[in-house]
Design a protein. Structure first.
Lengths: 282, 282, 282, 282
């Protein structure tokens, strides 16, 4: 933004909104340097996502692997807060876009951040591999550090509901296939499986890879930085959110609460009392 | 926005965002023409709300009545989608502002629009009164039109849960007090009670005024236009939304779904099946 | 929901959240009856979207055409409110999911509803074709009705910025290709072009098809109902929203306003004045 | 939540949503133990906010001071991202509740978190005072720690636009008044002014208290914990957000972008190029 002091008016205003993603003039739309009409029909939807986020087109197989990860996490049912919120929102009389917004909004550090944390964890180990440390040592060192200082679950492992999350082994199997064909290196799959094995050795029981760990493997193989994976999860889960919002919109419910209509909630507060004399706060 | 063709640059940019609400220069903030430091400590919070929305300061008693309506609707418990969503959002790892946003977002036509509809209904009748029609006739005519063409519930009457909503008679009582002191005319209270009586006469049972109908009476007495009352409801309910979000943030729940964690949902779709031969859609 | 009166407790709670989209048990996730691990790697991302929304898998070519429409509308630059909001939100210190939520939320009737309106318009004409009316007559009749009663622009035509939107002719060309191969009927392309021609004849100048009209053609060809197309647009535009949010997150801006930081806005309200005597509203 | 293993069905479902804020039965609504009809008309709107958030009624003067802080921060004009977003959202065809949601959502760590940070900073110093350290020493020690490790601005001081924020000295003056009358202790005002003085001494120029620092003083005097102050700011700023959304809704703009309609943005990305041979990613 050099030279803003020499710019005035419209030029200064237009510079305020500069971007390297899209260029436009009347009759012209270019994404990352490509004419939009050249892209349409030539690149798949996952390839378009990749281009928009990273500035270059992926190979066809890379785009296919991205699409696989995006497709795997679309839904986890109405017990997921995001899905329940989408359905509740629809019954409150807002548009489908607003129902999706209220739902997407809650894909925060806890609901949406697990993949990001897993990929950061893998990335720390990958950096040690780059520095020459053997895989087992790098995994062990990172786990030691984790178990010493960070609380909670090892990122990417375990599921409160599924003994084995059926999505995870399938995603790793496919990653291995893509690695065998030279599309990706397979290095993040190695890291994730080494973590899984080392945790099993230490705990005496296997805590299997979950969907967040498995998609983090793919996003890592494809070179996405960790914070961007939360955005990819938003794109993916938006599909399920839309499907549930749409299904709900076909029903006649109004102001759908979390529990059946005739139920209430448990009150755990101060028992009934009278207002103090004087009028507190009027 | 006259003369934009003669403006250039910064002037054109600044004109794009014109407003009659706030004026600012370095060291100066004015709301509706008043220096902010003159307002602070001199006008109550409800009076500030009134000034911001309507451009002029209310009388002290008008502001008090506005505050009464705002205070009455702050909460209806976790069975209200807005409240449940705020609590769920907090457990997903977003900030308190985002939890409030996801919740406020669902105060749409159904959840948040009932007061607006009630005030429009009252306003139609008030217009007939202005034109000289007697109250009973105006109410009857409007109800005839409603029952002929519009479906659903008469706006402002009835509650799925409360036989009598304890907020409504108290709000009407207070409105009568303010009318007796000449702060408001009492005309909207008359209209609401006439509707209630006529519906009882026609249906053979009383369907009492609800919170939306009662706050609509007050907002109508104070001269707020119907679409703005939804905004007032957002301000009011935001208090309960914040209280529940805050209470939830003191708990350790993660990804709180609508039902107890070990419960699922009923599946009503296509029974389990195999993928078709060929690869549908790859 | 028959027989709720005979259900109690958990069964009643689980029934409250019934869905035909997803079935789950420990270790089992099924979408629309298919095991998730069978879908992963076998169906493309657009095919997964189709399955989730419509309950059945599309043909491979149908999924490809859906992906084309989704890819075409991903971005229209920072002058689009959705994109600008995403970028502003990031600089306010919220997560990428919340930035996306604030942006997606505004894809309402005006910003996001144009495709829905266009497809409804086409659908009215298609219904007349089904009833045996010739295309030109059906188009003319619908336009007459539109011009008589509905104000504003003919849905799907014209663009405030692009003389010809470069996306539209390319999308129609591709639709024709798919029709030539028997994937779709081509009927909605016929309808849209007939509307374009009739409007040109009446106005004496061509008002070309825009992106909303062109994607509506594809969604219509593929059998999506109009209200669902707004959801599809949300999925599509979410890609651009994410790309811009991500790009912005790499910058150091804080609280990015709409105009350059040193600019203000034009104030058009009450000139500076003193507070009235007495304390209005305290 | 003891004994959940012994509960079944409805009891378990109702326990899932327990709260100490609101109790309800048909015809009964109690907030924090008080019958709602007893509260309505007896406590001011700020007192209701206090009761909801903290469980007990404030004194009348405490409620008044809370109302002063809430009223002071309602608006900072359309250059604030929250306000601009509210106005843009309205022009996109969403309800006023959704416009408010998109805006409130961005009151995150940067836009909405400054008061929270200021109050935490003050609280650290207050804890040292409690432990017997003199004020000047406690301030100096905390500033040393801040300047050593934390980057950026000292929380609560300085403004990018206002040399002196006119709201801050007025709020401190009022806090001193309330302290003189024994409503609050004045301790947080002391702390804030000591910080201001010490920073001036070190930097050789005064960096005056800003609105975030001044409202944090009041919230601290009143005993609110830091994270809750962001919620209070949401309540306060929601007023300005609503006022601007409402004002915008009276205009005819559609899809209002950040800059005048005929302006664009600066493109800084890859120059125009052709798609590679082969079909990248289809």
């Amino acid at each position: 933004m050099s030279g803003t002091q020499n710019k005035t008016g419209r030029a200064r205003g237009e510079e305020w909104w500069q971007t390297g993603i899209i260029e436009m003039r009347p009759g012209v739309i270019r994404l990352r340097g490509y004419e939009i009409q050249d892209l349409i029909g030539r690149v798949s939807f996952p390839a378009m996502i990749w281009l928009m986020l990273r500035g270059e087109l992926p190979g066809e197989e890379q785009a296919a692997l991205l699409g696989i990860a995006l497709g795997a996490a679309v839904d986890h049912g109405p017990q997921a807060p995001s899905i329940a919120i989408a359905r509740m929102a629809i019954t409150c009389g807002v548009g489908i876009n607003s129902a999706m917004a209220s739902a997407v909004n809650v894909l925060g550090d806890v609901h949406g951040g697990a993949g990001e944390q897993a990929l950061s964890f893998y990335g720390d180990i990958a950096a040690e591999l780059d520095a020459g440390m053997p895989l087992a040592d790098a995994v062990s060192a990172r786990l030691n550090r984790f178990l010493a200082g960070e609380n909670g679950y090892v990122p990417g492992l375990g599921h409160r509901f599924h003994p084995v999350d059926p999505r995870a082994p399938r995603l790793i199997e496919l990653t291995r296939d893509f690695a065998a064909r030279g599309i990706v290196s397979g290095r993040f799959a190695d890291i994730a499986e080494a973590i899984e094995a080392e945790v099993a050795r230490r705990k005496g029981k296997k805590i299997p890879l979950n969907i967040d760990g498995a998609t983090a493997v793919i996003y890592g193989e494809l070179g996405f930085p960790p914070p961007l994976t939360r955005g990819l999860f938003v794109l993916s889960r938006s599909v399920g959110i839309l499907a549930h919002a749409w299904e709900q919109s076909q029903e006649s419910d109004r102001n759908k609460g979390p529990l059946p209509r005739e139920w209430l909630w448990a009150y755990s507060g101060t028992p009934v009392r009278s207002l103090p004399e004087g009028d507190g706060g009027k």
